[in-house]
Design a protein around this ligand. Structure first.
Ligand code: ATP
Ligand code: MG
Length: 384
């Protein structure tokens, strides 16, 4: 009898002709996430089996699999030979010492001498006769014993179906460039889009020496959190200090954030072209702060020539975003109090509903191309 992990996929099976491709990416992602852990992976119909690992590493494996998109559910099971004696021994192993239970059987191997109802009745009956402290309750049991008789002469016996990360395998929906700030929102936005199967690269803007190096480390750490879901990530770090100084010197201070946002979008579009990203992703939520009004979004959007800008958090309240941030393991990092570049030279009253005409007039005071070129010549890339 051997401990194994059963992995069931989610939406992948819906993909008709593309199914082979989706399954290939999915299994590659499983392998990437389990890199460095001794194991073998085998495919069964509609599921994968992780075997051959050291039992003490079970939790490590489960922790990694929790972050693989495309997994619908998983179970820790005992794998045994398909005969009633072995199946009973495995059922005994997973049976609690007391409480109500039911046995649910599934028979993929139609040559097995008992049908699924008979397997459940036989195993349930034997368990009952050996342990006076358990009872059967088919409607509301305290625990369930699942028995899955496979085609290949082996049977899987397990208790629980744990919920997987859901979504689509990362890499099956193209690539996006996430503007990541160090706040709560952008990592959540990246996570949501990665869940739909998009692989990510990240771009972060800093204003060193106005912002400190801890702010930078924080963003590296946040990108590292996302990397666990996306099988690795590249983070491009770009200085916008010179741009902010120039805006501060030449433009109406109320437009600092609005104009800076337009530079962020322009730089991101150029980096996206370099790395083959097909869209930009931001953590903006409608109306959450002054710069995230529809007028603010219109202003920053209008500098983008070709790419769609995905804003998955647009319809979310802050508390919904915080809950997601906690769930993905980013919150404690995000709330560390280091300054973001947007707070440098921040005016007392930033313009809330910028008119595009005025923004463009203000921007005409700058040599946009020269400022962009300088930013693009200083990109540093960290691979996580
Ligand atoms: P976040 O929590 O992600 O910082 P926020 O609610 O603080 O979001 P803003 O600071 O207005 O909102 O930023 C809106 C979005 O613009 C961010 O979610 C992010 O996508 C992008 N952004 C802001 N600052 C930066 C930065 N320094 N580097 C990269 N992207 C940024
Ligand atoms: Mg922010």
């Amino acid at each position: 009898m051997e401990k194994v992990v059963i992995i069931r996929y989610s939406e992948i099976h819906l993909k008709g002709k593309n199914r082979g491709y989706f399954e290939r990416v999915f299994s590659q992602n499983i392998e990437k996430s389990l890199k460095g852990v001794k194991h073998e992976t085998h495919r069964l119909s509609g599921r994968y089996l992780i075997e051959g690992f050291d039992e003490w590493e079970t939790e490590v494996i489960l922790d990694k699999l929790k972050r693989v998109f495309g997994i619908h559910s998983y179970s820790v099971a005992l794998k045994t030979a398909s005969d009633m004696q072995h199946i009973f021994a495995a059922a005994k192993e997973v049976c609690s010492i007391s409480g109500s239970f039911k046995v649910v059987s599934h028979r993929a191997d139609k040559s097995f001498p008992l049908n699924s109802m008979q397997i459940s009745a036989e195993i349930g009956g034997r368990l009952l006769s050996e342990n006076k402290n358990i009872s059967v309750d088919v409607h509301n049991p305290q625990f369930t014993i699942n028995i899955d008789v496979r085609e290949n002469g082996t049977t899987l016996v397990f208790n629980e179906f744990f919920k997987g990360a859901g979504g689509m395998p990362v890499g099956t929906s193209g690539k996006g460039l996430l503007l990541i700030s160090g706040g709560i929102d952008s990592p959540v936005a990246g996570h949501m889009i990665a869940k739909r199967g998009m692989s990510l690269e990240c771009i972060h803007y800093h204003s060193y020496p106005y912002t400190n190096l801890q702010a930078r480390d924080k963003v590296i750490e946040l990108a590292g959190v996302l990397a666990k879901y996306t099988c690795g990530i590249k983070l491009h770090i770009v200085s916008v200090t010179h741009i902010q100084e120039e805006i501060h010197k030449k433009c109406n201070g109320e437009y600092m954030v609005t104009i800076l946002r337009r530079f962020m979008m322009r730089i991101a579009e150029k980096i996206a072209a370099r790395c083959g990203a097909q869209c930009l992703i931001t953590g903006e939520s409608l109306g959450q702060v002054a710069s995230q009004t529809i007028e603010g979004m219109t202003s920053s959007n209008s500098v983008i020539d070709n790419l769609p800008v995905l804003r998955p958090l647009c319809g979310f309240d802050k508390d919904e975003i915080i809950e997601r941030s906690r769930n993905i393991g980013a919150y404690e990092i995000s709330i560390q109090p280091f300054e973001d570049c947007c707070t440098v030279f921040l005016p007392k009253h930033p313009v809330i509903k910028p008119s595009l005409k005025t923004v463009i007039e203000e921007e005409e005071k700058l040599d946009v191309q020269a400022l962009l070129n300088e930013a693009l010549s200083s990109v540093e890339t960290v691979v996580l």
